[in-house]
Write a protein that binds this ligand. Structure first.
Ligand SMILES: *Cc1c(COP(=O)(O)O)cnc(C)c1O
Length: 400
């Protein structure tokens, strides 16, 4: 008899976005005349940059000629992409060797796949509210999870509790869903805590390209000691609009070494290489040429232009919320604005209020964890016109 993984029973039905879609569809059917403004989108909307498209088109042509055709590539990515990303990190003063970069089909898969190289007896520390992937991938393994609360008092940036032991720690900065961002000093406290506990930090930097202040670290490896206790996940999804194209990368430093229960030591870089070469056959050559182009001078300029467009939307949202006297977090180094529902409303109550009265759609904070109750996520990924219209409906309804 094939016995199934019983831990799948511990997963909660992922109804958040399905429920939103359901309520929006019902409203649209009842009010076909109303223009619905969608501000809950967690996906980019601007197309790929020209130079990325050109690089991929060129690679397609190469694949169609005998002389330039390529079959299986290196599982960990072509060195031309590894080098391009290593150079990008050098700008932040982070010196990493190309063999510390692993190119993949995205940060979500890497996040789930990384559970492979750790024992299931580990205690996992996860923020609440949180990107649901961290939680569900560990629940699937039956691991013990300890939550750390994001609250308005800590700015939705939980810090370590010295009395709480943890083995694996998930941090996401700039954060999805709250838009909050850790300073270098705060990350140093996390690194020191991880070193003290022999823990490993899994640092999700998917939104690093939204950082506007030079003092805020783009990478955890800007912090001293992090190479001995952290793995970083990043993606071209938000940086360059690759959500549908699929390319990300994970950094596993050579200095990161941990032990088995019985004390045998192994480098995590070597383990991840073994894992990837066994279970993954690399990202398409065509996509990797596109990824290389993202990190070219021209590519970076074009991507920054798109990011600036979203940042402008975030400003429109923040300005309107200021006018309404609605408290919020994020928005500055992030496409996400995490607001406190006005008049003491609960997350879903506010969702219904916005939909039914303003025909504006956002994401209820309660969908990201218990600590998200009473909060609401708006995103800057829409068009400028729609963002302006959505927020003028806000100011008309809540403006003081
Ligand atoms: C969008 C996002 C990612 C990127 O995932 P991909 O699989 O690379 O598209 C990673 N982490 C968080 C928190 C995200 O919101």
């Amino acid at each position: 008899m094939a016995i199934i993984n019983e831990h799948y029973f511990e997963l909660k039905e992922n109804y958040l976005f399905a429920e939103i879609a359901h309520r929006v569809a019902a409203f649209a059917e009842k009010h076909p005349d109303k223009k619905i403004i969608k501000m809950g989108i967690g996906d980019v909307t601007l197309p790929l940059s020209d130079c990325v498209v050109d690089a991929m088109a060129k690679a397609v042509k190469e694949m169609g000629k005998k002389e330039t055709f390529r079959g299986y590539g290196p599982e960990q990515g072509y060195d031309f992409v590894q080098k391009a990303i290593a150079n990008y990190y050098a700008q932040f003063g982070v010196g990493l060797s190309v063999t510390e970069f692993f190119i993949s089909d995205g940060a979500k898969s890497d996040c789930g796949n990384l559970t492979d190289i750790f024992d299931d007896a580990n205690v996992v520390l996860i923020p609440n509210p949180v990107y649901p992937v961290y939680l569900d991938t560990n629940l699937m393994r039956g691991r013990k999870i300890v939550y750390m609360a994001g609250t308005p008092e800590n700015g939705f940036l939980p810090m370590p509790d010295p009395k709480q032991h943890a083995d694996i720690i998930y941090l996401c900065s700039p954060n999805n869903p709250t838009g909050a961002v850790y300073t270098k000093e705060q990350l140093k406290i996390w690194v020191d805590y991880a070193l003290k506990n022999d823990a490993v930090i899994l640092f999700d930097a998917a939104y690093e390209c939204f950082i506007t202040d030079d003092k805020i670290p783009h990478s955890i490896f800007e912090v001293d000691g992090a190479k001995k206790c952290a793995i970083e996940l990043c993606s071209l999804s938000k940086t360059a609009g690759f959500t549908g194209t699929r390319c990300g990368y994970t950094i596993v430093p050579h200095d990161l070494v941990r032990k088995t229960k019985d004390g045998r030591e192994l480098g995590l870089n070597k383990m991840w290489l073994r894992r990837q070469t066994t279970k993954f056959n690399g990202v398409a050559y065509i996509i990797q040429r596109g990824a290389e182009a993202v990190f070219s001078k021209e590519g970076m300029e074009q991507c920054k232009k798109n990011i600036a467009y979203y940042q402008e939307n975030a400003k429109i949202i923040m300005k309107a919320l200021d006018k309404c006297g609605i408290k919020y977090f994020g928005g500055v180094h992030s496409p996400y604005i995490w607001l406190q529902c006005p008049n003491g409303m609960k997350s879903w109550e506010f969702f219904d209020y916005l939909l039914n009265n303003l025909a504006v759609v956002g994401t209820p904070g309660a969908g990201f964890g218990t600590q998200g109750e009473g909060y609401f996520r708006l995103t800057a990924f829409g068009s400028k016109e729609n963002t302006q219209e959505g927020m003028s409906r806000f100011t008309a309804a809540f403006g003081k």
